[in-house]
Design a protein around this ligand. Structure first.
Ligand SMILES: Cc1ncc(COP(=O)(O)O)c(C=O)c1O
Length: 364
């Protein structure tokens, strides 16, 4: 079926595809946002109209994620990458240790930044199997008195995902950049959740931080203003000019997800979508080889290899000719990666799976 507006299926790992309905709403609002006579991009962040936009975005996110009382929601700049530094700078005191679970490229970057600040202990590292697995939370050897434990709920490059929330006796900090809002979660199990917007939430330019107030209270009283969670929290994420447009689009995405039935409904569709593609891998008699172990296969980033680099290149170019793009895998894994974020329609995954089956039959 042809996609609206001549759109194609964009399997990019990020920035990723956005819901058509959201883009249509943004188009309608573009020149004159609901009678204000200006676009959101041109509006003062101190205006009544913008105040309503950011407050509604937060309220809708709280309802979508089931964020309990006692948590602050922040919209910050610097992407998820700045959080790699801000977290240890704020919560890893001298003489303390923070534990890091390294299941892929992003977890590795997070611990590298922490090591520049203080003592970060790598309590799990799947490097020996090229990051194709995740540990059981119960089997982790936590450092006694650790300031926090950090993990990456979904490794975007390797396509490995934790399937449940942790239940650990230390503050849990989680990078959810590539699977936030893809399934229901229990926020109360986390001290701090962060995520770049550009996969499941909106355009690039904002990092969402959900932080428990008692954990936030451990941040230093005074630090550089733009690195100060307290200051950002006290100023409602508006210590300086926020990325107004990005937050507005995130707000539209939250409303869209609520209207679609929330995270439970998204999870059911995401399982179906990823299932269709994994089935094409598993039924290919070894033509396509999955990278991730079966128990941690990501619903968001499906990684697989083909028998040769030549066949991989042909696969990617033939898929592109059929209207399916951004399927090239990261060089550290090789092969292909299909990112099937919330906004990828089921038809996109079905079309990819059919194409994979036909390709394997022709070239296997
Ligand atoms: C899991 C994960 N963490 C962190 C990042 C870095 O995000 P940003 O580019 O917003 O700094 C990414 C980007 O793809 C990611 O996938």
């Amino acid at each position: 079926m042809a996609q609206p507006h001549g759109r194609i299926f964009n399997f990019s790992a990020g920035p990723g595809t956005l819901p058509v309905e959201v883009l249509e709403q943004a188009k309608e609002d573009l020149l004159n946002y609901r009678g204000t006579g200006m676009s959101v991009m041109e509006m003062s962040h101190r205006s009544k109209a913008y105040e309503q936009i950011i407050n509604e975005a937060e309220a809708d996110l709280r309802s979508l994620m089931g964020i309990p009382e006692g948590y602050k929601v922040l919209f910050l700049q610097g992407g998820a990458s700045l959080q790699f530094s801000m977290i240890p700078m704020s919560f890893l005191g001298s003489g303390q240790t923070a534990d890091y679970v390294v299941t892929g490229t992003w977890g590795k970057k997070a611990i590298e930044a922490a090591n520049m600040v203080g003592t970060a202990a790598k309590i799990f590292d799947a490097k020996d199997t090229n990051y194709n697995r995740v540990p059981e939370f119960g089997g982790l050897n936590l450092t006694a008195g650790a300031a926090y434990v950090h993990f990456t709920s979904n490794e975007t490059i390797q396509g490995v995902e934790f399937k449940e929330d942790p239940n650990l006796p230390v503050p849990v900090v989680c990078d959810m950049s590539s699977n936030i809002l893809s399934r229901p979660l229990d926020v109360s199990k986390y001290a701090l959740i962060y995520a770049g917007a550009q996969k499941n939430m909106g355009p690039a330019g904002v990092a969402l931080v959900v932080v428990r107030e008692d954990f936030l209270a451990k941040a230093p009283e005074k630090t550089h203003p733009m690195l100060d969670y307290r200051l950002q929290s006290e100023n409602g994420s508006m210590y300086n000019t926020p990325p107004c447009w990005t937050i507005y689009i995130c707000g539209l995405v939250y409303k869209h997800l609520l209207a679609k039935g929330g995270l439970k409904a998204m999870h059911a569709v995401n399982e179906k979508k990823a299932g269709v593609v994994y089935n094409a891998i598993d039924s290919s008699n070894g033509f396509f080889k999955p990278h991730a172990e079966p128990n941690c296969r990501s619903l968001m980033n499906i990684t697989f290899t083909l028998p040769s680099d030549e066949l991989t290149a042909t696969f990617i170019s033939e898929a592109k000719a059929e209207g399916m793009v951004e399927l090239k895998g990261h060089r550290s894994v090789g092969g292909c990666r299909a990112s099937t974020y919330n906004s990828m329609p089921l038809e996109g995954c079905e079309k990819l799976a059919e194409f994979m089956k036909a390709f394997a039959a022709k070239n296997g």
